[in-house]
Design a protein around this ligand. Structure first.
Ligand SMILES: [Zn+2]
Ligand SMILES: [Zn+2]
Length: 273
């Protein structure tokens, strides 16, 4: 399957962007964190590769039996697929910040106190387990072929690599419609004003439509990282500790109803141990 290699094929472009940024902003990089972010990117790619290999037969079965429309794959229909996938990404991302089960995977991406292109590579290998792929099923049911759907998912992620920098100019007109570094840096901030804002993947219009859009406040420069805890630059700490914290919070609850409230409830209010 080719779709899993789209991000790997684009990696020379990512490497070039990192080199250019590093020459401008050396202080936002440390060797240790760069290696951690690279390791997280590779382990995420590997887990995605395994999950897609296992799930593809199911996606094809779903497409064969439940596809609503037999799309002709022309420019208009493929553009519509990009827009629909980006809309679904917005809701996946929003849910990841509102539900502990999903947040345990997504927190990896937010646990750095630095913002640079390598932060984009900081992804969790647990995404297939928490069920990120469930959010793309509507595209398959609408009628888009699974290979196309996952190629679009990869290209959306590739676009998002470039919004992880403080070195870009403010893209005023482009930023009316598209997600830009200015918007996404605020998404990574732990300042109260910026928490749970700017969930966009490619199009910022979803945040404007659904009330989660924020612009920079001159007196509040973004402070990066998560509010609840300082995560060490360690593979184990950023990947595993969030799950241990969730598990301990679940054990504190006596009823199944209370456990479900913790599991699917809002993050940021768990006891941190
Ligand atoms: Zn996020
Ligand atoms: Zn990000």
């Amino acid at each position: 399957m080719d779709v899993e290699f789209i991000l790997l094929a684009l990696s020379p472009l990512f490497a070039l962007a990192i080199i250019v940024e590093y020459r401008k902003a050396k202080s936002s990089y440390t060797v240790r964190e760069f290696l951690l972010n690279l390791g997280l990117a590779l382990s995420h790619q590997l887990s995605d590769l395994i999950a897609l290999s296992l799930l593809m037969p199911f996606f094809y079965w779903l497409h064969a039996h439940f596809a609503l429309v037999d799309f002709e794959l022309n420019f208009v229909n493929i553009t519509l697929a990009f827009i629909l996938q980006d809309f679904l990404y917005y809701w996946f991302h929003r849910a990841s910040h509102r539900c502990n089960w999903l947040w345990c995977a997504h927190i990896v991406h937010h646990s750095s106190q630095n913002m640079n292109f390598s932060t984009a590579m900081r992804q969790s290998l647990f995404y297939p387990i928490v069920g990120m792929w469930l959010f793309w099923l509507p595209l398959i049911i609408v009628g888009y072929p699974p290979e196309l759907v996952f190629a679009i998912v990869a290209l959306n992620l590739a676009y998002q690599f470039f919004v992880h920098t403080e070195q870009a100019p403010k893209l005023k007109w482009f930023g009316l419609i598209f997600n830009t570094p200015t918007h996404h840096c605020l998404h990574h901030a732990r300042n109260a004003e910026y928490i749970d804002k700017n969930y966009a993947g490619v199009l910022i219009i979803w945040d404007k439509l659904f009330g989660t859009f924020v612009e920079p406040i001159a007196s509040k420069p973004p402070q990066y990282g998560v509010a609840e805890r300082h995560y060490r630059v360690s593979f184990y700490d950023v990947l595993i500790t969030p799950w241990l914290i969730l598990l301990r919070n679940l054990r504190l609850q006596n009823s199944w109803r209370a456990k479900c409230r913790i599991l699917f409830g809002k993050p940021h209010n768990l006891k941190q141990f």
